[in-house]
Design a protein around this ligand. Structure first.
Ligand code: PLP
Length: 434
């Protein structure tokens, strides 16, 4: 293809998009964004060949990097063998995928319910918890995103939350956030103690016997990569045990390598009852998600029907891609790499940036899951205004870096396979722009 023709394809993509595509979470009048036509590893290109470092991982999704050849081959092979099958059918790829997922989960979790993504994973986990306990109320935090379907969007605590018009029984509380504490804490330990005291009061006030589940992102992601302070998750577990409440940990964004561990909760002293996942399980090559179920809750449905499932649940192309993704992550040591590149390249680079730029109020994260909390004033920690964030985002893209920004933060979330050289290249761009 000539350069002219490829540039024409970018123009065509933008025109078709503007005319016919109705976008999610956007006002429709905005000008079309950059075109992403192809990718490899940590990099993507438009049709004209302009290159971008993907430090967004496409909504914190492609943990294994773009176009991993083994995963693409597995999808192709499965498509040639059988491209679709009903969720009720027994299919080898589905069993193989479930086996690999539970092998990384806590030992008393041996069943997987497959979904098409993260929101319906949370939707079904909530349904399971309600049926298992016979209770209605679900507690979740204000700083959370759990997906954009019925119960998941009501459980969501951030600005996208739909007020409780459609679903009953959702109550929000504040989780810990040492840098922006609601509890006036001065240390992470104090934050843990006070956040647990707050949750204890919420449980008592709602009535423990009415609470089916506590739903938490292990590390709240979209809300700002808020690493939980020591002892918090263990404290929540203890409250759940005391009151017979199901603990659902949402690992949709944090799971499958992003924190440098298979599951984020592996780094904390906690075992959830239900684990929801999506994204990193197959890097989003084919839509997939699911719920990993404790043996105790799974046994509850031995003799009664679980009312859930969609036509495409456990889709064979998704299943084949999960098998290939997990095998590649294992054989190539991708989870270990995420931990090492985080500790040895990303953490030092971001710390150096923070020492240089007063606009960075805090650097937090682990693995390939980081946030720069940008402030107008480091003393008051007043968040950087939206207009400034818009300028920063535009300048990063202009210099060839695809960022993930949310509120007053830049989330530094490259694929797990990012190299130290790519981190250095990105750090130079952040430095120039900030
Ligand atoms: N849960 C968390 C923690 C998420 O970050 C997301 C999406 O970003 C979801 C659930 C929803 O997943 P999906 O968009 O696949 O429905």
């Amino acid at each position: 293809m000539t350069e002219n023709l490829t540039a024409d394809l970018d123009a065509l993509a933008r025109d078709l998009d503007a005319e016919h595509v109705f976008h999610s979470w956007s006002a429709q009048g905005q000008p079309p964004q950059l075109v992403i036509a192809s990718g490899r590893g940590t990099r993507v290109w438009d049709h004209a060949g302009n290159e971008y470092l993907d430090f967004s991982s496409q909504l914190v999704n492609v943990n294994i990097g773009h176009q991993h050849p083994a995963v693409i081959a597995a999808i192709r092979e499965q498509a040639e063998l059988l491209a679709t099958v009903a969720p009720s059918a027994v299919n080898l790829a589905r069993g193989e995928a479930a086996k690999r997922i539970v092998a990384r989960a806590p030992s008393a979790h041996n069943k997987v319910f497959f979904t098409n993504g993260g929101a319906d994973a949370n939707e079904n986990a909530i349904r399971m918890a309600r049926l298992h306990t016979g209770r209605d109320t679900v507690l979740s935090t204000y700083r959370s995103y759990h997906g954009n379907t019925g119960a998941a969007i009501v459980a969501t605590g951030d600005w996208r939350r739909i007020p409780n018009r459609f679903a009953r029984g959702h109550v929000h509380f504040f989780g810990p956030f040492p840098y922006r504490s609601e509890f006036w804490s001065e240390t992470p330990e104090q934050e843990t103690e006070r956040a647990l005291q707050h949750l204890r009061r919420v449980i008592e006030s709602e009535g423990p016997a009415s609470i089916a589940a506590i739903l938490l992102e292990t590390v709240p992601g979209t809300a700002g990569v808020i690493v939980p302070p020591p002892g918090y998750l263990a404290g929540v577990r203890e409250l759940c045990d005391r009151h017979g409440i199901v603990l659902i940990l949402d690992e949709v964004m944090a799971g499958f390598g992003r924190t440098g561990r298979w599951f984020a909760f592996d780094g904390y002293d906690v075992t959830p009852d239900l684990i929801t996942f999506a994204k990193g399980v197959n890097s989003g090559y084919v839509p997939a998600g699911g719920v990993i179920i404790s043996d105790e809750i799974a046994a509850d449905f031995d003799e009664r029907v679980f009312p859930g499932g969609l036509t495409y649940s456990g889709h064979p192309l998704a299943m084949a891609s999960i098998v290939a993704t997990i095998d590649a992550m294992e054989s190539e040591g991708i989870v270990d790499h995420a931990r090492e590149v985080g500790a040895e390249a990303i953490a030092p680079a971001l710390t150096e940036l923070a020492e240089k730029h007063r606009v960075i109020g805090e650097v937090r994260g682990e693995g390939v899951f980081w946030a720069l909390d940008l402030v107008a004033d480091p003393e008051t920690r007043e968040p950087l205004p939206a207009a400034e964030m818009g300028r920063i985002k535009g300048a990063l893209v202009e210099r060839g870096l695809l960022p993930f920004t949310a509120d007053n933060r830049i989330h530094v979330v490259p694929p797990c396979v990012v190299t130290a050289d790519e981190v250095a290249q990105a750090a130079e761009i952040y430095d120039e722009v900030l």
